[in-house]
Design a protein around this ligand. Structure first.
Ligand SMILES: C[S@@+](CC[C@H](N)C(=O)[O-])C[C@H]1O[C@@H](n2cnc3c(N)ncnc32)[C@H](O)[C@@H]1O
Length: 427
């Protein structure tokens, strides 16, 4: 690496591949990809070839002012407008071909540039739907592959689970809980409410931290938002869909501020089980009389330790809600793939066609492209686990302008639409 000639050569290759990508020059790009990685990054802008290919479609200042003067002076006659749109169409097609070629050659979907944007973020910002979808689909393929590889154990691998757990701490944790070395990728963005590589939001650290209870939120010891009042609308809708009438049996995993449990209680369930692991939340529940409410059973501990006992006792529920904190997607997937089957009554109470399962759907919600990738993955995983899922879109107001994030370490929600899932067994 100390050889200056080598450094110049590398820099030249990087600039050539970025230029070919920005020009959507497929033959040149094909050539360069023989001996240059599709994942080089410009040292100044942080652009990868994918960023360059997509950002090249951003109208320059000249085009922007031309457009606005056309609009102001009313000069956009039909012919001219058609010429422009035909030219634009060709540009978009060339860009899509370039992006496809880069993905075929191993381009990483979620590398960040100097502005903290992934290629998909740029496509989204510029309203380039086709390119955006290409990025989302590449993200889904990559993340599904990584999660399947994570499950895969080579034949003859005699490692014990303990050894595996030790090893898990070593690599960079990827977005949906797999270990993968990827330098600047927006990997851990597909996490829920927690930040990438942030030790404070590992579940054991969270469970040992002291919580602060405000009127309208719970923060952990590092000022991460555990639960916030703005989510009430989402809890109310989920509770309504999961528990439409009184006299049903409900299980809620993760009490938090008790918002959804309060709504469940008000519906008069015949039994209401709550699993909660944090000692401060449990303390608060005692003070608020939760242990004595009608039909309520509080299980103190992590769901991972409690659920096997419930299954053993053959406790069945008509509705189950899952909303924990500082856990990876892997945990949610494990819950619905392995445990809901033993807990949810396929009959689901009187006048119903089966039990319902819901969860807080907040993974990757600090970046639209990550939310869209994650949503496609969760839909596939739910289907594979035997669930039909109905999605409802709920608009979310601008939380920034409402001052919701003041004093909170990290905005875990920046999007304007929430996708609310309600799942039932297929068939
Ligand atoms: C986001 S809050 C739940 C908010 C709740 N849905 C409401 O309406 O207020 C998450 C809760 O899950 C709890 N939790 C985190 N990890 C857990 C685990 N492994 N098992 C059980 N509870 C857990 C946290 O202590 C916290 O109280």
């Amino acid at each position: 690496m100390d050889d200056p000639a080598f450094a110049i050569e590398t820099d030249l290759q990087t600039q050539s591949i970025l230029l070919a990508s920005a020009n959507h020059d497929i033959p040149a790009l094909r050539n360069l990809l023989h001996n240059t990685s599709a994942n080089v990054q410009d040292p100044e802008t942080g652009f990868t070839p994918l960023h360059a290919a997509i950002a090249a479609l951003e109208p320059g200042p000249a085009e922007q002012s031309q457009e606005s003067s056309k609009q102001v002076n009313g000069h956009a006659n039909g012919e001219n407008a058609e010429e422009v749109s035909e030219e634009r169409k060709q540009e978009l097609e060339a860009a899509a071909k370039t992006v496809r070629l880069l993905f075929q050659n191993g381009a990483i979907w979620n590398d960040l540039d100097g502005n903290g944007e992934t290629p998909g973020c740029i496509a989204y910002r510029l309203g380039l739907k086709e390119l955006y979808e290409l990025c989302v689909d590449a993200g889904v393929r990559a993340e599904l592959l990584l999660s399947r590889l994570d499950e895969y154990q080579p034949l003859g691998d005699q490692d014990s689970d303990e050894e595996e757990e030790e090893e898990e701490g070593e690599g960079t944790e990827d977005s949906i809980g797999n270990n993968e070395e990827q330098s600047t990728a927006a990997n851990a963005d597909i996490e829920e409410k927690v930040g990438e590589g942030d030790e404070s939001t590992l579940n054991p650290n969270y469970l040992n931290s002291r919580l602060t209870f405000d009127r309208n939120r719970i923060l952990d010891g590092s000022a991460n938002g555990v639960m916030m009042d703005w989510e009430t609308k989402l809890m109310r809708r989920s509770a309504g869909l999961l528990l439409p009438s009184s006299g049903l049996r409900v299980l809620n995993v993760g009490h938090g501020m008790g918002i959804i449990d309060g709504i469940f209680q008000a519906k008069g369930p015949s039994s209401h089980h709550i699993i909660e692991a944090h000692p401060d939340v449990l303390e608060c529940m005692k003070e608020q009389g939760w242990y004595d409410k009608p039909g309520v059973t509080v299980h103190e501990g992590k769901w991972q330790d409690i659920v096997p006992g419930l299954v053993e006792k053959r406790e069945l529920f008509d509705a189950i809600y899952f909303d924990t904190f500082a856990e990876e997607y892997k945990a949610l997937r494990e819950f619905f793939t392995e445990h809901v089957i033993g807990l949810l009554d396929p009959a689901g109470g009187k006048d119903r066609d089966g039990g319902r399962f819901g969860f807080f759907n907040g993974m990757g919600a600090d970046r639209q492209v990550c939310y869209d990738v994650y949503n496609k993955i969760v839909e596939i995983d739910l289907f594979e686990a035997g669930f039909d899922t109905e999605w409802e879109i709920i608009p979310i107001p601008d939380l920034d302008s409402e001052g919701e994030w003041e004093g909170v370490r990290r905005k875990y929600w920046v999007l304007d639409k929430y996708k609310l899932p309600t799942c039932s067994f297929i068939g």
